[in-house]
Design a protein around this ligand. Structure first.
Ligand code: HEM
Length: 524
């Protein structure tokens, strides 16, 4: 009796498995030989399954980004297939069409679904909704606001330098990126959220906020593939007893530090600012509002009230994430290569000495005007080269081909195709930037206007078009301020044994493989 029942069930199981295998095989065959993208060159495995991309993210760590130039070369094509329905382009005209020509292509919802339910300026895929949010926030980023932004940045840079000076006494090695992340987090919290003090303590800069960001970056594929884990994970992180997370160092640290202290801190801050804005609305209507919250709350088309704390909270967190990692990695890159080359360091120092002579007391004098920072060509070349060689956001930011389709290099990409254009690939184009792996600020200097214009077309660290970085202008001022102040104050030396180039992985933002450590000595 039992045997006769077992037989059919195992037979059902076998048949089920066989059918599933036949179905998968049929899907793979379709993708390889009948799919509209089947003629686009690229690795066969990439055309067959999206596990190809996941493999690089999960097993190799850091994604496919740095392999892309080699793949374009290997397949000798400006368009290659990197997943069944996803192509990568290495063609400036196609880039312009997808990213800058209006209407630009929409952000790919599947990709940004790792932030499911988080409706913010960075993550929304709806152009109308995006325009409303961006217009509401834009007034905070105008050149008129730059003096305030410069002063907040300078104040924080002075503070972090104070702590670095103390903690680096007696030749202690300092992990530069850790301090720079704390600095940029506090800078963004200060400029956009009107956060009065240190959200991340300079005394203990490797805080929960920073660890949480690293965690989200490193494991972002989990959130993208299994989005329902996000709310479950956040819930567990906030309520679970510690034994659940014992053994999971990342989770444990995130749990203890991230939600409890930093999130609560931001949440509380959102509520306070929201209440303040409402209670003093009348008087404040006369003045220019100063925070992202003020901007969103006072914008009638955004339709938000201070009770929508969650929406405010989400915008705040996304701004913090977007604004923290990128300037920090760019500054780390800049310091690494400045300190690696005596020639670069000396030339930069000469330019800064000259500035000091023109403005006794230098950048910290009360009447120093931030516009002076934009008149230092070598400094500009160094920061630009840092953004070029390691674009802070280096990899895939897929868009979706609209109903018009797109023709590129005799291939037709039908509506719905995912299309990516990694900044790293354009920044390492050997024709535009010869010897692209070399850190060479001179490539930006003494160029004809035509050459420079061409280079600028391929230079896109902040992305381009309507979804380009909203914090670009303030980032330039902030990064200049940081380089000028820290190099003016300290004699800096890299720790021994660091490699000649700064290797990195793509965790959404670039993250150095080996952390540059420095010794700092106050200049006499
Ligand atoms: C070196 C500094 C920075 C770099 C290289 C950088 C790079 C980028 C890139 C490539 C994007 C496009 C992302 C996408 O297409 O999904 C972006 C968007 C964005 N960034 Fe930045 N960023 C920097 C600094 C900042 C700062 C300081 C802030 C905030 C204060 C900020 C806020 C944003 C926001 C809100 C967006 C979304 C804009 C939109 O969709 O309208 N970024 N950034």
């Amino acid at each position: 009796m039992l045997e006769s029942m077992n037989l059919p069930s195992s037979a059902i199981l076998t048949t089920g498995l066989a059918l599933a295998a036949i179905f998968r095989a049929a899907v793979v065959l379709y993708r390889l030989y009948f799919h509209p993208l089947c003629c686009v060159p690229g690795p066969k495995l990439a055309g067959a399954t999206s596990l190809y991309l996941r493999y690089y993210e999960v097993v190799e760590g850091g994604g496919i980004t740095q392999l892309l130039p080699g793949l374009h070369k290997k397949y000798n094509s400006p368009v290659i297939r990197i997943a069944p329905n996803h192509v990568h382009i290495n063609d400036i005209e196609a880039y312009k069409r997808a990213f800058t020509t209006k209407p630009s292509f929409r952000k790919c919802p599947d990709f940004y679904k790792s932030a499911q339910g988080v409706d913010t300026i960075l993550t929304t895929t709806d152009p109308q909704r995006h325009r409303v949010m961006r217009n509401a926030m834009l007034p905070l980023f105008t050149p008129r606001d730059m003096t305030r932004i410069f002063l907040i940045g300078r104040d924080h840079i002075t503070k972090v330098a104070q702590v670095m000076s103390r903690q680096g006494r007696d030749g202690q090695l300092l992990d530069l990126l850790v301090y720079l992340r704390a600095l940029t987090a506090n800078f963004v919290a200060g400029t956009l959220l009107d956060h009065p003090s240190e959200l991340v303590s300079y005394e203990a800069p490797q805080s929960g906020w920073i660890i949480a960001q690293e965690f989200i970056g490193r494991y972002r594929w989990i959130f993208a593939d299994i989005p329902f884990l996000v709310p479950i994970g956040l819930f567990l992180l906030s309520v679970s007893p510690e034994w659940i997370t014992i053994g999971f160092r990342d989770l444990f640290q995130v749990r203890t530090a991230f939600p409890v202290r930093v999130l609560a801190n931001i949440l509380q801050h959102c509520e306070n600012v929201g209440n303040r804005v409402l209670s003093t609305k009348r008087e404040r209507e006369k003045e220019a509002p100063q925070t992202v919250f003020d901007k969103l709350l006072s914008d009638t088309s955004y339709k938000l009230t201070s009770r929508d704390t969650l929406a405010l909270f989400q915008q705040a967190v996304v701004l913090m994430i977007a604004g923290t990692a990128s300037p920090a990695i760019t500054l780390t890159t800049a310091f690494f290569y400045i300190l690696k080359s005596k020639d670069i360091e000396t030339r930069l120092q000469d330019e800064l000495d000259n500035l000091e002579q023109r403005f006794p007391g230098g950048m910290t004098s009360a009447d120093f005007d931030w516009r002076e920072l934009h008149k230092l060509p070598y400094l500009e070349a160094v920061v630009k080269e840092s953004l070029r060689i390691i674009p802070a956001v280096p990899g895939l930011l897929p868009r979706v081909v609209p109903s018009t389709g797109l023709n590129i290099a005799s291939h037709y990409l039908p509506p719905g195709t995912r299309i990516s254009a990694a900044h790293y690939v354009f920044h390492h184009n050997e024709t535009i930037f010869p010897n692209p792996g070399k850190f060479d600020p001179d490539r930006w200097l003494n160029k004809s206007p035509e050459d420079l214009q061409l280079m600028e077309q391929y230079f896109m660290p902040f992305s381009k078009g309507p979804r380009a970085c909203i914090g670009m202008k303030q980032s330039w001022v902030f990064m200049y301020t940081a380089v000028v102040y820290l190099l003016g104050r300290f004699e800096m030396r890299l720790g021994e044994g660091l490699p000649g180039v700064l290797e990195w992985v793509d965790d959404g933002t670039a993250v150095p493989v080996v952390r540059p450590v420095v010794r700092v000595v106050e200049r006499g």
